[in-house]
Write a protein that binds this ligand. Structure first.
Ligand code: ADP
Length: 164
């Protein structure tokens, strides 16, 4: 069975992520979307919230699983018996960092392959940070994220506005 891991922060999941996950799920027998637990970042959504949103927006894809992980990605792949990492590329600006990550992962474990998928043109500018920036000012994000995520963003910023 060919298993791929699609890692990221997913804070929150966007239509760009979903496009990569869906395309990956057509190629691999199983895709595990893995939310990275990173203590250095200050995320908008908790790990549990990000996992839950991902589960709901991928519920129509029977071979997609959602999980979270800590530590080295390579160790996580071994634990899951996965052979590949799936990553999306938006622009040249993503390339340098991704190239570095792919090279180090290959050095650590030569049997694991990184697969890059070019973004769908309509999502080449799309990132979770852009979505948050737009949603913060109550602008319309319906073309950027699934409806459920749009709702979650509204709720989150309403809570934040109440407490500040
Ligand atoms: P970001 O916070 O930059 O949106 P993540 O760390 O959550 O990104 O990204 C996880 C993976 O999804 C990365 O491989 C990233 O390149 C990819 N990705 C993010 N947004 C898009 C997009 N709009 N199109 C294609 N791939 C994307």
């Amino acid at each position: 069975m060919r298993i791929a891991v699609c890692p990221g922060s997913f804070d929150p999941v966007t239509k760009g992520h979903l496009d990569i996950i869906q395309r990956g799920a057509k190629i691999f027998d199983k895709v595990i979307v893995a939310v990275l637990i990173n203590r250095n970042k200050s995320p908008l959504f908790t790990i549990e919230e990000r996992v839950e949103l991902l589960r709901e927006v991928t519920s129509h894809l029977p071979n997609v699983e959602v999980d979270s992980f800590q530590g080295l990605l390579i160790d996580y792949l071994k634990e899951k018996k996965a052979q590949a990492i799936i990553k999306g590329l938006r622009a040249v600006s993503d390339f340098e960092y991704e190239m570095q990550m792919a090279s180090i992962n290959r050095l650590l474990e030569e049997d694991i392959e990184t697969f890059f998928m070019m973004t769908n043109n309509q999502y080449s500018f799309l990132s979770s940070s852009i979505v948050k920036e737009v949603a913060k000012y109550e602008a319309d994000v319906s073309s950027l994220v699934p409806p459920l995520v749009e709702k979650a963003l509204k709720k989150k910023y309403a809570e934040i506005n109440l407490t500040t």
